[in-house]
Design a protein around this ligand. Structure first.
Ligand code: NAP
Length: 472
């Protein structure tokens, strides 16, 4: 018998894989959908939630992180459950999901970096910026890394906000960093840093930089770093000049004004310098034991289709640097049993509905966030993105386009995890960890001292339980 799924007696059961902003926005839309009763179980590989808000947003941007207050409210909903420390494909499989839920939403983000694919890219001291970011944010998978901060000249390749974050963190003083929730080992390493010059390299011109204006302007307000642009770098080619004149992108116009301010400012001889360079593409990282220099080709802007593309000239430049961060974008990674578009680094989908290699819909499967659309946009961009997916999901439920779970009882998944001996972390457990991190911070006059390993988190929870048991 077909009956409507989404009532008190027959709620829609949805599993969300991942716990970053897009996951929480999706959960919020599901739990507040008028006319539908939905139960949401969120599965996260780490014991801690919030994805890139915890592991990606720069530690010196605490305001951006306050978005977690809204996620907290969602997590407090009676029909929401969090299963941390449970990895899709290991702790819980695709088959388990189809056996217990009506639908699944993949919200796994973009967990790896894009590659330049040039010689020397894997030399020592050449790193993906994404790894550096995850390291200084205390992500357990990256906490063991080390970076050679004894180098004085560093290049950051890319003109996006991640490149700005990396340049800014390298330029901050230990005192500035101490006031943030940066991982304690990163604080220590950066306090010993010898980095003096940070060169941010864009393959296109100042009119095409992808920085948001607020982030760009912030570079000019660093306590101990000057921002330097040679005014010649701001001489525009006709295409870029016309683009700015058209006012098509307010950000591009505003960014260009900021670049001009930077170029006019006289350097104050602060101990560090951030130098902005444009129209240069790395073609080779040069070095024997480690990166010693980058060979770059000079580009000019040319029209290819509708885009202002970087077209190489015959001119080359050698830039001596001892450390490189490649900041040219994030990319998604495939999930077991789920289709994947290698070219775009996303789960193939039409407006959030997952499709197979023939373009046909995969019943019950949806995507949100960066794994749906690629690594673009700010945290808030995930709200309309998740809304679109959830609208389709609910519509599909009405037409019975969902998995037909053999075992939809709410407790069944808990029984399964326990039978398998999987040590899952609930949202209440996370709240305890959160409080401990804040207390550890308070003890040393910092906003938070993060746990940076999974075992550390699980041990801390065990200790709390033992103490509670002794008291009882
Ligand atoms: P992004 O904004 O896409 O920037 C990537 C940069 O890499 C672009 O300048 C791009 O140049 C360049 N690039 C790509 N391929 C290249 C190649 N082969 N050689 C040289 N350069 C290359 O990516 P992102 O900085 O990783 O940021 C990801 C998203 O997160 C963005 O939407 C960003 O705004 C957001 N984010 C926001 C904040 C914030 O709001 N504070 C902080 C961090 C990140 P082209 O433009 O020529 O392609």
């Amino acid at each position: 018998m077909e009956y409507f799924t989404g009532t008190d007696t027959n709620p829609i059961r949805v599993a969300i894989i991942g716990s970053g902003p897009s996951a929480f926005y999706a959960a919020e839309f599901l739990l507040s959908a008028p006319g539908y009763v939905v139960e949401v179980d969120m599965f996260e590989r780490l014991p801690s939630p919030f994805g890139l808000v915890r592991g990606g947003v720069a530690p010196d941007h605490p305001k951006i992180k306050t978005v977690t207050r809204a996620f907290e409210r969602t997590a407090g909903h009676e029909r929401f459950r969090f299963f941390g420390n449970v990895e899709f494909g290991h702790g819980i499989t695709y088959h388990d999901i189809t056996a217990h839920y009506h639908a699944v939403i993949y919200a796994t983000g973009a967990q790896t970096d894009r590659r330049l694919n040039i010689p020397g890219e894997d030399l020592r001291n050449s790193h993906a910026a994404t790894e550096f970011v995850a390291w200084y944010n205390g992500h357990p998978d990256y906490a063991h890394l080390s970076f050679d901060l004894s180098q004085e000249r560093v290049a950051v390749i890319g003109n996006g906000n991640v490149a700005v974050d990396v340049a800014r963190i390298l330029a901050r003083t230990p005192d500035e960093l101490r006031q943030t929730d940066i991982a304690d080992y990163a604080l220590e390493a950066l306090a010993q840093s010898k980095v003096k010059e940070i060169i941010v390299v864009g393959r296109r011109g100042p009119a095409q930089a992808k920085f948001t204006s607020l982030e760009l302007k912030e570079l000019g307000a660093l306590a101990e770093a000057d921002v330097v642009i040679d005014p010649q770098e701001l001489e525009l080619d006709p295409l870029s000049a016309e683009y700015l004149r058209s006012g098509e992108s307010r950000t591009a116009v505003r960014n260009f004004e900021i670049f001009q301010e930077f170029a006019q400012n006289r350097p104050l001889n602060k101990p560090k310098r951030i130098i902005l360079r444009f129209l240069l593409s790395p073609v080779e990282f040069i070095g024997t034991d480690r990166v010693e220099a980058i060979r770059l080709v000079k580009n000019e802007i040319c029209e290819r289709g509708h885009f202002m593309s970087p077209c190489p000239t015959e001119e080359y430049e050698i830039m001596p640097v001892g450390l490189v961060f490649r900041s040219i974008g994030y990319q998604g990674v495939p999930l077991p049993s789920v289709p994947f578009d290698d070219q775009q680094g996303i789960i193939p989908n039409k407006r959030g509905r997952v499709i197979n290699e023939h373009g046909e819909r995969r019943r019950g499967e949806y995507a949100v966030g960066w794994i749906k659309r690629g690594a673009t946009g700010i945290i808030g961009s995930n709200k309309p993105d998740a809304q679109e997916t959830i609208e389709y999901l609910l519509r599909d439920m009405t037409f019975h386009q969902h998995f037909c779970p053999a075992n939809p009882a709410r407790d069944a998944i808990v029984d399964l995890l326990e039978r398998r001996g999987i040590r899952y972390v609930t949202y209440n457990d996370w709240r305890l960890l959160d409080r401990l991190e804040l207390e550890r911070g308070e003890a040393v006059g910092r906003p938070r001292v993060k746990f940076t390993s999974v075992s550390e988190m699980l041990n801390a929870l065990d200790s709390l339980r033992q103490t509670a048991a002794l008291r009882a």
